[in-house]
Design a protein around this ligand. Sequence first.
Ligand code: BG6
Length: 504
Amino acid sequence: MAFLDNPLRTGLRMGRTPEPCTMVIFGASGDLTRRKLVPALYNLARERRLPAGFSVVGFARRDWTDESFRELLCEAINTNSRSGPVDPELWASFAQGIYYHWGNFDDADAYRRLVERLAAIDRERGTGGNRVFYLATPPEAYPTIIAQLGTHGLARSSGWTRIIIEKPFGHDLTSAQALNAEVLSVFNEDQVYRIDHYLGKETVQNILIFRFANAIFEPIWHRSHIDHVQITVAETIGVEDRGGYYDTSGALRDMIQNHLMQLLCLVAMEPPSVYDADAVRDEKVKVLRAIRPIALHDTVRGQYGPGSANGRPVRGYREEKGVSPTSQTETYVALKLFIDNWRWAGVPFYLRSGKRLPRRVSEIAIQFKAAPTMIFADTPLNDLEPNVLAMKIQPDEGISLKFSSKVPGQPQIRPVTMDFRYGASFGVTSPEAYERLLLDCMLGDGTLFTRRDEVEASWTLLTPILRAWAEGPPLPFPNYEAGSWGPVEADEFIARDGRSWRRL
Ligand code: BG6
């Protein structure tokens, strides 16, 4: 194996293995199970990270059997796994622990049968009453499933029981609070794992390592050295086949409320005193609560019209399947916010995210203040570019630092970069976010999941914007062409502050 020769990998320890358990996936016939969950579980099995006897029960409404479900999952792994086609020997043993459970989510009898089935699996496969329930259904089904789990005594067992809840976690503050109340009437908070897959990305986890395992960055991570921060999550894809869902959501709910706010918290939080679930999440919540209410004039919305993607013509958002032809749903958002605390007072954070942009790129850029004076006569201060530390979340995962350098043989200064790339340094492909998150849940580690107060603090901040947008006059959508960098208003918006978006 090539990576064994890589000096950066010597001495790495494999993590802990969870106790034997069963994962029940509600909505097992859906896209998420096929594209993400089962390939992630398979790759964990491949890397021997799963416990002996690990079992999966797929719960859905389709009239399938264990056998047909297994076949479908095998195909799903062949298509979607980062490790390529299934290894027949490994699959044979993995598939033995996969079961299909037919039932409607509101059918009490299906849950009674589930109780029996889980007990049988415990006996046959030694899973000790340990369970993870995964809600991978449309969100409308969450309350029904949660209530049924409670009624049938499935929230408690002879072992441990945990529940993973997919996004969206509510569509505004009131609905998020209601969902929290429902889930917490059946489960305790420490049993609840609200997933945000961005937190499972290696590069996102590395933000904390970069900040807190290196001594040189923290002293300058401060308003006295930082001019502003830009967080970009740009996608080339449109809404694909999710138009129906997306048209009731939009970029603020779909991306900003969860993924970008999580990135912001990790960049801005204070060092926790220990690295554990509550200490880390306490610090993140403090950031969210310190954010000043976002002014409406500090937001820009966009919606893509027809244009191109990867050199091919593509239709506009309003022509996508499931989308209203007069839709006012935003597919692009840019906003500015301030964190009113000692570290960040006065430093603007610019966030932007959109679909059908020219490149798929997620990046956090810390732009430092310019050098205070210029002692090199041939280069005016204005020509000097400030230092930028860019954390590249995806693709081309890495970290780069821009600084000024002398041009050889000439009395001039030009910006250059110092680059770190994960791929080149470690020589392995990063695991998928879901691998890490599923494993952490089985291990009972909630650090990379969002806590109740966190999710509510984020909605508290963004719900007034959603309300104001809904009450305001309709916008002349579409206002950016597919394949462009979003509406011109977004450029004008940041230009008013004498700044510009990074060219990515
Ligand atoms: C999901 C959103 O949460 O994240 C999608 O619902 C989006 O609309 C996706 O495309 C982006 O995730 P990633 O990992 O591809 O950046």
